[in-house]
Design a protein around this ligand. Structure first.
Ligand SMILES: C[S@@+](CC[C@H](N)C(=O)[O-])C[C@H]1O[C@@H](n2cnc3c(N)ncnc32)[C@H](O)[C@@H]1O
Length: 322
């Protein structure tokens, strides 16, 4: 399986191989600090989050999430891309496969303040800048969906702030952040229409759903939301389309009766007809046991993070043999 980059080639600016510490990409840090300063959140971001804080859609929750959770969310996405401890076979190759095209599509749902898109873009940028990935021109089309208007704005500002710099590494962007409520079928259909329109002529599609189980499980929204996911996943199928669902590795996500079991059961039911025709349609789940230390960008020391991830293939129907 081709990884995005072999572990020994991950630059020290992203992964310190001597002390096993993950470093957030410099570009992502400067963009995050720009937002912290603009919205007077630097002091908060230098303190520890209260136990159990997950965020929400109000201004206060969005600000707190940006200050306390943006870096953790970003680190989790980095772990899925780089997999420095080699615990996620078949995950980094998704990034190798998707980002080898010259026009590719990324859906970031819910995008929050843009942590997933920002991590993917700034890791690709850093790898190219350090000469670890070839600088072939790549055009990345991003559609983010998010219910909080405050988070939508942060995501726009963050991605905007790195667009010009990315061009120096032959990465060009178009992006659109949509108002999306996973519990509302009309807003979901609007999102799907936009995904379809924007992903035309893209050689590959990646759907990233990150850190959403807290909302779906805590507020008991899964039942309501799953109808919209049915539609979203059915319409996201194409020749080369993959969804990654990324969460912190917590019991309520990874245990037998946890969120990932529910997610995979739902997927198997939704795609049962296709899975019957093609047994190789993949639903892989990984829950590495080792937490990883991440260099804190603002204060001395590190924080810990971990990741659990599910990979879901979103294939078209197999053509019948004549
Ligand atoms: C924990 S954050 C994760 C954001 C981002 N994916 C990340 O990893 O940083 C959860 C996000 O879900 C959004 N959200 C909550 N309810 C939603 C809904 N009904 N539809 C869409 N997004 C929602 C919140 O506003 C928040 O930005």
């Amino acid at each position: 399986m081709a990884r995005l980059i072999p572990v020994e080639m991950i630059p020290n600016s992203l992964w310190n191989k001597e002390d096993f510490i993950l470093h957030l990409p410099p570009q992502l840090i400067s963009s995050w600090e720009m937002l912290l300063d603009k919205y007077q959140l630097r002091e908060k971001a230098s303190t520890e989050a209260p136990e159990g804080f997950e965020g929400g859609m109000s201004k206060e929750d969005t600000d707190n999430h940006l200050a306390w959770r943006f870096t953790g969310s970003s680190a989790r996405v980095m772990l899925t891309m780089l997999d420095p401890l080699q615990e996620l076979p078949q995950i980094p190759d998704v990034f190798a496969r998707i980002f080898s095209g010259n026009k590719v599509f990324l859906a970031d749902l819910p995008c929050g303040s843009g942590a997933a898109s920002m991590s993917i873009l700034s890791v690709l940028y850093e790898l190219r800048k350090q000469g670890k990935l070839p600088r072939m021109p790549i055009h990345i089309v991003i559609v983010g969906g998010e219910i909080s208007e405050y988070a939508q704005n942060y995501a726009k500002e963050a991605i905007d702030s790195i667009t010009t710099e990315l061009e120096a590494q032959a990465i060009t962007l178009e992006f659109d952040i949509m108002d999306w409520d996973v519990c509302d079928k009309f807003s979901n259909t609007d999102l799907i229409n936009q995904l379809r329109l924007r992903s035309q002529n893209c050689s590959a599609k990646l759907l990233v759903l990150a850190n959403f189980s807290g909302f779906l499980e805590k507020e008991k929204k899964w039942k309501e939301a799953s109808k919209q996911f049915d539609e979203l996943f059915r319409h996201s199928r194409s020749e080369n389309s993959v969804a990654l669902w990324i969460e912190p590795s917590m019991k309520k996500v990874t245990y037998e009766s946890g969120f990932f079991t529910r997610l995979i059961d739902w997927f198997k039911k939704l795609f049962s007809k296709l899975i019957e025709e093609d047994k190789e349609i993949e639903q892989k789940r990984y829950d590495p046991s080792n937490p990883v230390r991440v260099k804190h960008p603002l204060v001395e020391g590190t924080f810990r993070t971990n990741v659990a991830v599910v990979r879901l293939e979103l294939p078209l129907r197999k053509k019948k043999q004549s």
